[in-house]
Design a binder for this molecule. Structure first.
Ligand SMILES: C[S@@+](CC[C@H](N)C(=O)[O-])C[C@H]1O[C@@H](n2cnc3c(N)ncnc32)[C@H](O)[C@@H]1O
Length: 332
């Protein structure tokens, strides 16, 4: 297939993904076909046994996924479909607010396929939307450049940056309307979404739309099963709300090593009723588009059993940015 033929086929696939309410099997078939095209052009399958493609890349705070894993994200089917929808809708919404303006998108962490350009561009003309792409992984950025030029999408591109989004200073930040950074994992473990958003978001105009718009980590308590109920789940509050954490922080994000502790008081609860806690991640992508528990690898929950008899009075959660990016918890 020529680049033009592939472009035509990709357009059909992207449109059917966005516009038809297919069942999961059909969505997987469409994305698998998109993956075949991306692999043919980039020669990156996401499953190569090449050490350079497996290794995570260290950043100023946190780790960037290895190239293979970044490619495999495409196959996280609900994630890819919902992000695609969110980004197309966000651009259309910006067009309503800024009619006749070129909509500028800053895409931090494009990976080897830059799917939120190479699948999104089909819905717009180059005079309508323009992307700046950044990745810390040289091979990912080169692969995206190659894919974009083979598909003839160069007119949609303003700039490519090989840089660490945790420390990057965006040139002319006030010109951007949308910031995309899908650089996260379940429980916001290791990857850089939090330090990236802490660094980038304050640089832009306050009307910038961030995608994903927010990530929340919530605590649930799972009751011991009894003969009346299987396993009752109770809400025990939010451990971390990234957007709230950012808006309440006024210091320099470069020196931020952890977020304020979140203490969950267990004394007032009848804790003996519970067998475990469940920590879940919810990704708020855009408006009413979310990823909920178990819908994606980004929202896999973690269950922690409660030792019996349980004698502690609280759980303390701390989200660390140094020396590693991770949520830690202790009972006290
Ligand atoms: C989860 S992959 C997503 C790739 C692609 N956007 C997609 O949705 O399929 C995240 C990408 O972000 C890049 N990345 C992670 N942390 C980064 C950082 N601090 N600076 C620049 N790029 C980063 C990784 O190299 C990887 O290519």
């Amino acid at each position: 297939m020529t680049g033009k033929e592939t472009f035509g086929d990709l357009k059909k696939l992207a449109v059917s993904l966005l516009e038809n309410p297919y069942n999961q099997t059909e969505i997987e078939r469409i994305i698998d076909q998109i993956h075949v095209h991306f692999q043919e052009i980039t020669k990156i399958t996401g499953f190569d046994l090449n050490i350079e493609h497996l290794a995570a890349v260290p950043t100023a705070k946190g780790k960037a996924l290895g190239l293979n894993y970044a490619a495999q994200c495409l196959l996280d089917y609900k994630r890819t479909t919902r992000f695609l929808k969110a980004i197309v809708y966000a651009i259309r919404d910006k067009q309503k607010v800024y009619p006749n303006e070129l909509i500028h998108v800053f895409y931090a962490g494009c990976g080897p396929y830059a799917p939120f350009v190479t699948l999104v561009a089909h819905f717009f003309k180059p005079e309508e939307v323009n992307f700046s792409l950044l990745d810390i992984n040289k091979n990912a950025l080169e692969s995206s450049k190659n894919l974009i030029s083979t598909l003839g999408l160069e007119d949609y591109i303003q700039e490519f940056y090989l840089a660490d989004a945790v420390t990057f200073k965006v040139p002319n930040p006030n010109t951007f309307h949308i910031l995309i950074s899908e650089t996260l994992d379940a429980l916001l473990y290791r990857e850089c979404y939090v330090p990236i958003v802490f660094n980038l978001l304050p640089q832009f105009n306050k009307n910038i739309t961030l995608i994903p718009e927010n990530v929340q980590i919530n605590l649930k308590l799972l009751a011991k099963p009894n003969k009346d109920s299987d396993c009752l789940e109770e809400d025990a509050g939010t451990i971390l709300d990234v957007r709230k954490a950012i808006s309440s922080y006024t210091g320099d994000s470069n020196i931020l090593s952890q977020l304020p502790e979140k203490i969950v008081n267990l004394k007032s609860m009848n804790i003996d009723r519970y067998k475990s806690t469940l920590i879940e991640t919810q990704v708020h992508i855009y408006n009413d588009i979310w990823l909920y528990r178990n819908e994606s690898s980004l929202t896999l929950p973690l269950e922690i059993m409660l030792e019996q008899p349980f004698l502690k009075s609280s759980i303390v959660f701390t989200y660390h940015l140094e020396p590693e990016v991770e949520l830690k918890c202790r009972f006290q």
